[in-house]
Design a protein around this ligand. Sequence first.
Ligand code: ADP
Length: 468
Amino acid sequence: MKKNISILLLSAIAILIVVGIEIYLVSRIYNLEIEKFDFRYREILQKGLDYIDKLDKRGDNPGLATAFYFLNRQSQKLMPLYKPEAADTAKFKAVVLSGFHKILVQKQVLDSLLRVYLKNMKVETEFQSNFSITNLVLADNEKVVRVFDKIQDSSMRYPDTLNINKKLIPVNHYSYYADRFEIGIDYYVDFNNKKAVVLREIAGSLIFVFVALIAVCFIFLLSMRNLMEERRLSQLKTDFINNMTHELKTPLSTISVATRTLENDQILDNRAKTKETVSVIGRQNRQLTKQINHLLEISMWERKQFSLDRRMLELEPMFSGLVEAFRWECKEKSCKLEERFSFKTKSAYLDEVQLTVALHNLLINAVKYNTQDPEVLLEVSCDDRLRISVTDNGIGIGKEDQKHIFDKFYRVSTGNVHKVKGLGLGLFYVKQIVLAHGGSVDVSSRPGKGSTFTINLPIHGKNQNSFS
Ligand code: ADP
């Protein structure tokens, strides 16, 4: 078992590693596709900008010409206001910079021209642009003001809050010179649907990876279930062998003691004693034969050779006979058996022998699994179906065990397997017989309160007619 647990643990670790690798690979593919997207769109956008440049015969940039015109005028208005010796020079520069950036963003038409180009190229058109100023110089006849300069300023661009991360595609750098004004700007673009486009492109691989992962997990769970089942069956087998050994050993040792007794001449001379010893041997012999027949039965069931022998049966006499026989069997125990019959339909198409075996097993269990004087109620009713229920005041069965008691060899663990004799086959037979009749069997029980087993059978016999 330890080996099984190690295998499970190793498989779980292997699956985690596979899942980890898959996730890593998918994220790598995703990032590569994002890079591919950026690369492809940078090329398209640059071609678009070249195309837009060529639209203007004068050589101005048609997308930015208006913005530059306004910036130039603004610079001329501002220069006379600039006082280098004033205490608030830094503030003056900051106001100029933000004002220029605002004009740049508002007056440019580069975005709309590019969008038309992209639309004609039948590619993504939903983007947002970003401008950053990399240098800004104002001048008049007397002085030159370096408002923003890569060399002077610690930050490389304005606004420095602009997040130049992978999301933004750097498309172009523009420099503009006029008589009294100079500006350098970077133009960035960010596509709104970039993630969606990329995800759509890798959807096939994603689905494949996902399905493969599910398949691996499914196979793992299946193997785990099989291992558990294997463990359960091996436990059942061990219990069965223990029980069977016990069942066979007890009569054998009694026979051996009895035989040794008979070897004693004194006993042989005593007729009464001899008779008693021989009858003990006979009883134990019958017990052994019963157990061996039991084993033979099991192998017969295993080979699926059993089939029902059904006839039209009168219900009332059959059940009355069964009750009487059972009362006789339990004569020595202080057991009360009450029956309640209600037969609207008098006969049914059933296998009497098998049904008697099934019912006998239920009744025997009702007495066997009981720590007080057994009180058993047998209720049988028949209209369009035959309903049989056996209720006892026994030890009851816990919820978890109720799920398994009809399994072959299953016995509720009591800490001492041999306290109540059995092989864990009685209820298995009940279920098989009922299923062969096309019916069902249920249990409702509470530990310490007793149990009710209910069989429900069709009476006209449309069923499989053989055991499986
Ligand atoms: P066996 O009696 O040979 O062990 P069964 O298949 O008849 O096998 O029963 C399976 C298990 O179900 C028993 O070991 C017992 O623990 C439990 N069981 C069956 N009938 C009853 C009952 N009426 N009351 C309490 N426990 C029961």
